[in-house]
Write a new protein. Structure first.
Length: 211
């Protein structure tokens, strides 16, 4: 009887904590043709030993090379399978029922690649998120969405969020062979000929004069 009461209390505590626990991806930007490592983070008040979730990538983005971070115990494993609807199911557990370490930070990393035509805003979704404790108590997390943007802004050569004379100076300096940082080639290539030259400077000035 006492064990049942203790287990019920533990389950209630876990469920209450799960209301604030999150498994999520922070918003990020990625350029067409780029690959970058992205983390899935776990913020948790309860110690969990296993999880599963379904990852849905939008058109133009793919996720590969999934791996657990150093928050795993030595015997944690991670498996990824493709669902009939195109999602990817992530499943991680410990055969010794050991918990992940820590209470915040990246638990899973993956490589996200944007195809050559990615040029807008997209959303990555995590659904059906379920975590379990060492005692088998199950907690269901809310679905999560991550907004992914393409950082290309034609004319914003120096990446300060504005298109102005500072970008003209940076572009001319780059064309003259100087090492400019920060410098965003995709924002500087304005003529479509894949070469940075005086034609791009002319196009940039036109952008500024036309607001």
């Amino acid at each position: 009887m006492k064990k049942s009461i203790i287990f019920a209390v533990m389950a209630l505590v876990a469920l209450c904590a799960a209301a604030t626990d999150r498994f999520y991806i922070e918003d990020f930007s990625i350029a067409a043709g780029e690959t970058k490592q992205v983390s899935i983070l776990l913020d948790n008040e309860v110690a969990y030993s296993a999880f599963q979730c379904d990852l849905y990538m939008p058109d133009g983005l793919t996720a590969t090379n999934f791996a657990l971070t150093n928050r795993k115990n030595s015997n944690h494993t991670l498996s990824v399978s493709t669902l009939p609807d195109g999602g990817q199911r992530l499943l991680s557990y410990s055969l010794r029922l050991k918990s992940y370490s820590g209470n915040s930070g990246a638990l899973v990393t993956m490589d996200v690649t944007a195809n050559e035509n990615f040029n807008g805003t997209a959303v990555i979704t995590l659904r059906n998120i379920v975590f379990t404790t060492e005692d088998g108590v199950e907690a269901t997390f809310a679905d999560e969405e991550c907004t992914v943007t393409n950082p290309v802004q034609p004319g914003d050569v120096n990446g300060d969020g504005f298109v102005n004379v500072g970008d003209v100076t940076a572009l001319i300096s780059k064309i003259l062979g100087n090492d400019i940082e920060p410098f965003y080639p995709a924002n500087a290539e304005l003529t479509g000929d894949e070469n940075l030259n005086v034609a791009d400077v002319t196009a940039l000035i036109k952008i500024i004069l036309n607001n």
